[in-house]
Design a protein around this ligand. Structure first.
Ligand SMILES: *Cc1c(COP(=O)(O)O)cnc(C)c1O
Length: 394
């Protein structure tokens, strides 16, 4: 048979790749999910308690947040109509940027279409060929994508290994113009925190710029202000990036930084210039969510407390964030464990490569303010009896 050409070759290529991935249990499929209430999800007609949503404070479903989004649609429409530098800069942007800058104790803030777009815009605007980027090996995919776009010299340091970071700085800093150090504030698949204070000191000592991606920090750690505030006062982090799509319950990315840096990015970050402004409803929802967080400081601490109740019951290291992984290693075993929990009424997705390194497929649990203590205890006991003991026996 002649080999296919044109569109038929394209289909054959895609089909071949899918079959390869299927054979390694790495094919992905979408499942329709109706998140009908706090920590609840309906899938294939079945109601489950969800332990895999990043809506840590359930603000996406908060009545006052939804109402703010509806009002914004009535006033400003469903979309922004253009990039912000053209006519898309509706009045809610200024308010949201000021609110975030205040929360993060920085001069100013710039909003992007998403967290992913923020990193694809910020990093190549700040680092170019001739510059140096040092990134934690477990940094989120979009920090690494932004790094690639920058074409700067790049070295990866071992996860949270400050001695390795210093070694790389000693070896490479002098040969480059600027140096950017990149890390997640709260690691998205492991739930541990970067040693942000120490990194800020190291960055200062080596004339480098520290940027934290605090997607999983804002709203839930550091009194709701994020991973730069673990000691109660702000660590010296000049570039605090994050997303509005997790604890804030809406959508959009942001960077909080000094006035010149923000003004420069509004002028030069390509994903800011060449992409349409966030819809008014998303901005309004985020403002209402920040109102709620500021008015209810006791609520913001609940997701970490719930995660800690879980790790205590299982004898795991005490949770530092609302994210707790249980690494099973093998993708098939992880899928089976996820199915077992679903049969018990819990939604816990299996996280597989390439989202996590090969050999570290895992169940990833996220805890929210609304999870009930009894449910957490029951879930932990099922995991102990049906997953951990089985693993220990193998
Ligand atoms: C989710 C996430 C992002 C992407 O943010 P979006 O707004 O969803 O695009 C970036 N960085 C980290 C660490 C994340 O967990």
């Amino acid at each position: 048979m002649p080999s296919p050409k044109g569109a038929a070759a394209l289909d054959a290529f895609a089909q071949g790749k899918l079959e390869e991935l299927e054979a390694k249990s790495l094919r992905r499929r979408l499942t329709e999910t109706d998140r009908f209430g706090p920590a609840r999800a309906r899938r294939k007609g079945k109601e489950l308690i969800s332990f895999c949503c990043n809506d840590y404070l359930n603000l996406s479903h908060r009545p006052e947040v939804k109402e703010a989004a509806r009002d914004a649609i009535e006033r400003y429409g469903a979309g922004s109509g253009a990039s912000r530098l053209i006519t898309g800069n509706h009045p809610l942007f200024g308010e949201l940027e000021q609110r975030l800058a205040r929360l993060k104790e920085s001069d100013d803030c710039v909003i992007f279409g998403s967290g992913y777009l923020a990193n694809l815009g910020i990093i190549p605007a700040l680092a170019r060929p001739g510059d140096l980027i040092l990134a934690d090996e477990l940094s989120h995919a979009c920090l690494l994508s932004g790094t690639k776009l920058s074409e700067a010299a790049t070295h990866i340091f071992r996860h949270n290994d400050m001695a390795h970071l210093k070694e790389l700085l000693a070896a490479h800093r002098a040969g480059h113009r600027h140096c950017l150090i990149l890390t997640d504030g709260v690691f998205s698949m492991d739930g541990d925190l970067a040693p942000v204070e120490e990194m800020a000191e190291i960055a200062k000592a080596h004339d480098a710029w520290l940027m934290t991606d605090d997607a999983h920090g804002i709203g839930v750690v550091g009194g709701g202000k994020g991973s730069s505030f673990m000691s109660g006062r702000k660590a010296d982090v000049p570039l605090q990036m994050g997303t509005l799509s997790k604890a804030i319950g809406s959508y959009g990315g942001y960077l909080c930084a000094s006035q010149p840096v923000i003004d420069f990015l509004r002028t030069r970050a390509r994903t800011f210039i060449y992409s349409t402004g966030l819809p008014p409803a998303s901005a309004a929802a985020a403002i209402a969510a920040l109102d709620y967080i500021e008015a209810n400081p006791d609520y913001a601490v609940l997701p970490v407390k719930k995660a800690q109740a879980f790790t205590r019951r299982l004898g795991l290291p005490l949770a530092e964030s609302p994210i707790v992984p249980i690494v099973l290693g093998d993708p098939d075993k992880t899928l089976a464990a996820s199915q077992l929990l679903e049969n018990e009424g819990y939604l816990v997705t299996a996280i597989r490569p390439p989202t996590v390194p090969d050999g570290t497929a895992r169940l990833r649990f996220t805890f929210t303010a609304e999870h009930e203590e009894e449910e957490i205890a029951r879930l932990a006991d099922i995991i102990q009896d049906k997953i951990m003991e089985k693993r220990a026996a193998e």
